[in-house]
Design a protein around this ligand. Sequence first.
Ligand code: SAH
Ligand code: SF4
Length: 342
Amino acid sequence: MQNLYELTHADLTARFAQWGYSHYFVDLVWHALYRQRVQTWAEMVDVRRDVLEKLQAEFTLPQPVVQIAQKSSDGYTRKFLLAPNGAPIETVIMQFKGRYTACVSSQVGCAMGCIFCATGQMGYTRNLSAGEIVTQVLHVQRVLEAQGETLRNIVLMGMGEPLHNYDNVIRAIDIITDHKGLAIATKHITLSTVGLPHKIRQLADEGHSFRLAVSLHGATNAVRQALVPVANAWTLEKVMEACRYYVEKRQRRIFFEWALIAGENDSAENAHAVGRLLHDIDCTLNVIPLNPTNGYGGAPSDHAAVHRFRDILHNEYGIRCTIRQRRGIDIAAGCGQLAITV
Ligand code: SAH
Ligand code: SF4
């Protein structure tokens, strides 16, 4: 039996064509799944009985089970521990200026091992399927809907390295953006990667139009490799070549991310190295003062260091540089804090 949430609209259309059903029936089922957001077959009241029987014979409709739901004292952040198919996954809802963003996971754990990241510290368990990614978004939509709100943005910045699970992530994005279903605007989706050069090139070649964010953290190989072990294999030169290829080919800007760690990568010298690296590429740099994790002793840069870093980039190199607000730290829902602890 296959998970029905794994299918794109095109897949469902092909399956229905084999069964001799027209587009009309595809759209009814799709509507029930992604607009009515039913959770059981019984709720698919608009779908004809014979169609429903065919579906039930071949597909399952697995729902995420909320094991833990937490609210941050900041009033803007909620975290859910979901277990679709028993896989523990963390999903976060964040509110910025009245708009809602879902931070979605792509893997259970992560194989990239960045030393300052709780997900990296837990190691890699497995990839999430497209359906397991899609149902996180459905869960968030249901939660928001219950309070009369709607989901606007999705960031693939939860647990895992999305480009290490490329096919499932791309398939999930196809489903999430389908205009007859959840219809999340592609421009409101951001995929964040540790920087896998061959996969960044593939994204450029395939012409995907969601936003791409690349986690840099170091502007020399020495600084980067000390924090991001995979930077030994994928050197800064290779990552930047792929980024330039992407910007050129897609004609769009890249977002770079930088976790600011006191005494590691936050000096004026570090800022100048970033400036020299990025001054001629269309980009925005998003700096994030380090969030605490159990497995790493480093400290976040203080206010003065964060602003010195930003000012050098902005004033001396003309690079857009934004400081990410720290959110949900008390419930370990901040960047890099997601890990299964139960
Ligand atoms: N694997 C992807 C996406 C998930 S992490 C990636 O690495 O890009 C999302 C962002 O949080 C990344 O930029 C990551 O480097 C950053 N991050 C990880 N641990 C962090 C921490 N402890 N404090 C602040 N940012 C962190
Ligand atoms: Fe994986 Fe991203 Fe964490 Fe690195 S920062 S370990 S790539 S989730």
